[in-house]
Write a protein that binds this ligand. Sequence first.
Ligand code: NAP
Ligand code: ZN
Length: 331
Amino acid sequence: MQVHSYAAMEKGGKLQSFEYELGELGEYDVRIKISHCGLCHSDLHLIDDDWQISEYPLVPGHEIVGEVEKLGNKVSSFKKGDRVGVGWQCGSCLVCDQCKAGYENLCSEKKKTCVGRYGGFADHIDIDGRFVYQIPESLSSAGTAPLMCAGVAVYQPMKHFGVKSGMKVGVIGLGGLGHMAVKFAKAFGCKVTVFSTSSDKRGEARKLGADRFVTDPNDERLNGTLDFIIDTSPASIDWDRYMEILAPLGKLCVVGLPEEKIEVSATSLIGGQKLICGGSIGDRNSMKAMLKFAAEKGIEAQVEVMPMSKVNEAIDTLRKGKVRYRVVLEN
Ligand code: NAP
Ligand code: ZN
């Protein structure tokens, strides 16, 4: 069948209508009729070839929600009409040590939904059903699409690195990932401090659940106050300064992808036995746990829904830093 999608034809280019033929459905594949797809900052990195892995025509989109239309003959976990989601990852080897230990997200043969294949800014997609997730009934499709990447990318590292009730958590950057981090950390029972470069987000940060909103990280009263900081900014930050803001044994977890190297002084690590760590989307069990938790707590992304045909307008809004807090494209 023919798929209608939107593709960048060159580095940094505007997206254009792009049709392509879907091949035979693989035996483990699920054909999804896409209803919604979120626009993540990683899609911008890909369009701009920031990571030197982009191939054009490039169909971005990896925060997909839609309806199962067709099933490969080895798929038993879904039926036609199920509402499902797909995130950044759409495959792994399933046999290496990482996969066997439940860290498919760390598999060296990890397959990505919109790298080396066409992604979710489209009306249909075929995805390995082992990387497709049932969407809980109580969650809306538009509000859940961003959970598939932004949601799990902050939920998984917070869980993995031991964030729990009573802890003091900092979130750097109030965007797609950042606002999900605020919602999840709050739901875990943490005190949440947002570090933002946009003073006009103060009121909304409070509404999202933040206890404190900081635009000047150099305020000395912050020294040694936070147990865990998650950095969701695509821009570089003053690493040593945020290490100072951590309490002894604190952890700074990087999920945003700045181009520059991370530079910290040895003393800022040694003094309080602090840790710098990273988060890489999430494994399949974390994805399921995150969706279950979101349904229990009524957590969805705060979204601006736009028709898929306005994808270039959506990209411009994101480039200008004007999105509050995720654009979701709708078919
Ligand atoms: P986003 O919606 O654009 O939000 C990023 C936020 O960072 C902005 O809202 C802004 O918040 C802050 N920021 C500070 N300086 C900025 C600058 N120069 N340009 C843009 N934003 C700036 O992006 P996102 O979708 O949350 O993605 C954030 C980063 O995470 C990207 O680098 C993305 O590739 C990466 N990512 C990583 C993973 C992973 O698994 N590790 C998964 C998905 C995405 P304030 O206005 O509050 O300062
Ligand atoms: Zn993403």
